[in-house]
Design a protein around this ligand. Sequence first.
Ligand code: DQA
Length: 143
Amino acid sequence: MKILVINGPNINMLGIREPGIYGKNTFADLLALLEQTAKEEFLTIEQYQSNHEGDIVDKIQAAYGNFDGIVINPAAYTHTSVAILDALKAVSIPAVEVHISDVDAREAFRQISYAGLYCEKTIKGLGLKGYRQAILYLKEKYA
Ligand code: DQA
């Protein structure tokens, strides 16, 4: 099974960015966790991070026919991007949304998720562990 993990803007700043909210784990720690999960679970996992909305749309489109599942943390684009929602709908690949922080307990503008309107599950507030849970969910349901 091939899973694409997409991370939106500023996720590459993990460990530096607002550690009180996102924790002290670094982006390199996230990449290591994905690599370890791929090995343990016999999955092919590709990670893509971009700070640019259109590049994320391009990556989702390119996943068509190439991936069996998508784990996506659209970061700030969660709350603004109809384009990312439409791209997910266009490729129709099973997807799970992840947020490192508990967005429910944060500002009002974080309460809307456009990507979440497509994703079949949302995991939030579990830190990096949320990515592993999302991958295991897709494996259990679709592998
Ligand atoms: C985030 C939550 C978003 O509101 C924020 O803009 C992010 C990260 C999270 O993982 O908790 O950049 O998606």
